[in-house]
Design a protein. Structure first.
Length: 182
C-alpha cells in the first residue's frame, strides 16, 4: 500500500451521530497496540502481533499519515479506518494504472456489534468523495470475514471479483460516489 494522495491532510475532525473521525494523537498509542495484538482483530488479517514487539515498534504518535482516521467514541479510540493506494503487484484492480484508493477498517472487539464501523466508514467515504470527486474506492477482504463483508455490503460496495491471496479466498469490491469519473 502507498500513502493516499493528493489530498489536503488532516481534515478538520469529522463528526457523525455518535463518533468523531480525527488524526491520531499520542494518547491513542495503547489502543493501536491493543488493535494489532488482538487475536480477534487479527483473525482474517494475518494474525495478531506479539505485544512486546509492538511496545518496541509502535511510535509515540502512531498512524499519522494521510488517509488514516482514528475513530473516537466519547474521547477514546475504538478503531481506525485507512484509505491507502493499492499497489500494482496485488491482484484486484479497477484502473489500468492501479493505485486505487482502498478502504480498510479495524475496530476493537468491545466496539463490535453497535454499527460503529459502518457509521464511521460512511463518513470517511463522504469525506473521500468530497476530496477526490468521482474516484472509486476499492476494498479487499477475506470472503470468510462475515463481519467485514456485511460492512462492505452496507456501505454499497459491489463485487468485482474473487481471487486467492495469502492462502485464502479474497473478496474484491468497488464503491463509487455516483459522480462519473474522468
Ligand atoms: C470488520 C469490523 C470492523 C466490523 O465491525 P461490526 O461492529 O461488526 O460492524 P458494524 O459497525 O457494521 O456493526 C454491525 C453490527 O452492529 C449491530 N448494531 C447495533 N446497533 C446498531 C446501530 N445503532 N446501527 C447499526 N448497527 C447496529 C448490527 O445489528 C450489526 O450486528 P450483527 O453483525 O451481529 O448483525 C470488525 O469486525 C473488525 O474490526 N474486525 C477485525 C478487522 C478486520 O477484519 N477488518 C476487515 C479488513 S478490511
Amino acid at each position: 500500500m502507498t500513502e493516499l494522495g493528493p489530498v489536503a491532510w488532516p481534515p478538520a475532525p469529522i463528526r457523525t451521530e455518535r463518533l468523531v473521525l480525527r488524526e491520531s494523537e499520542a494518547r491513542d498509542r495503547a489502543a493501536f497496540i491493543e488493535l494489532f495484538a488482538s487475536p480477534e482483530v487479527g483473525t482474517y488479517i494475518g494474525g495478531p502481533r506479539p505485544r512486546d514487539e509492538l511496545e518496541r515498534a509502535v511510535p509515540g504518535v502512531p498512524g499519522r499519515r494521510p488517509g488514516l482516521f482514528v475513530i473516537d467514541l466519547d474521547g477514546a479510540m475504538i478503531g481506525m479506518i485507512t484509505l491507502d493506494r493499492r499497489d500494482a503487484e496485488h491482484p484486484g484492480h479497477v484502473r489500468p494504472d492501479a493505485g486505487e484508493a482502498a478502504l480498510g477498517y479495524l475496530f476493537l472487539p468491545e466496539a463490535w456489534g453497535y454499527g460503529y464501523a459502518a457509521e464511521a466508514c460512511a463518513a470517511a467515504l463522504d469525506w473521500f468523495a468530497d476530496a477526490l470527486p468521482g474516484e472509486p474506492v476499492v476494498l479487499c477482504t477475506q470472503s470468510a470475514n462475515d463481519r467485514a463483508m456485511r460492512v462492505a455490503a452496507k456501505l454499497g460496495f459491489t463485487e468485482v471479483e474473487r481471487f486467492e491471496e495469502y492462502g485464502a479466498e479474497q473478496w474484491f469490491g468497488v464503491w463509487s460516489s455516483g459522480v462519473p469519473s474522468g
